[in-house]
Write a protein that binds this ligand. Structure first.
Ligand SMILES: [Zn+2]
Length: 146
């Protein structure tokens, strides 16, 4: 037993596996009760660390994060629907009151121009509706967590 005692690093390696040690240190370990005791202490420490429970927070982390996020699913846009209904009601009332005055004007215009105006108006409204729908879907996609 002429070789010096194992270093701290060698003791820790021996605690994991004695096959990690060079031959001279392994030979010393077999004959030295002090080094065997230290290696046993490291083995006990490694076992205790391996079986330690995972750390947990003293508070509910998920609930704290979710509380700071915007509401997951905004409801139907009732204000927008109300404004749209009001505007539609005004337009229908206008047409009901003054439609008889507008009819001769439309009859005097060429049918091609009227059809063109109606087509453009229809495409404009359809485009706006599609844009609103696409915007709503983008917002819903941003709020999806999975
Ligand atoms: Zn020793």
């Amino acid at each position: 037993m002429t070789s010096p005692h194992l270093s701290e690093r060698a003791q820790q390696e021996a605690a994991e596996s004695t096959s990690l040690l060079p031959l001279a240190q392994a030979t010393h370990l077999r004959g030295c009760p002090l080094c065997q005791s230290r290696v046993a202490t490291y083995r006990h420490l490694l076992t205790a660390v391996a079986h330690q429970a995972h750390p947990t927070f003293a508070f509910d982390l998920s609930a704290s994060v979710l509380a700071q996020l915007p509401r997951a699913k905004p409801g139907f846009p009732w204000v927008l629907a109300g404004v749209a209904t009001l505007v539609l009601g005004v337009v229908i009332s206008f047409l009901a009151l003054f439609g008889s005055l507008l009819t001769p004007i439309f009859y005097s215009l060429s049918t091609g121009l009227g059809a063109g105006l109606l087509t453009v108006a229809g495409l404009f409204v359809a485009g706006q509706c599609l844009e609103l729908l696409a915007q709503h879907r983008r917002q819903m996609r941003q709020l999806a967590f999975s």
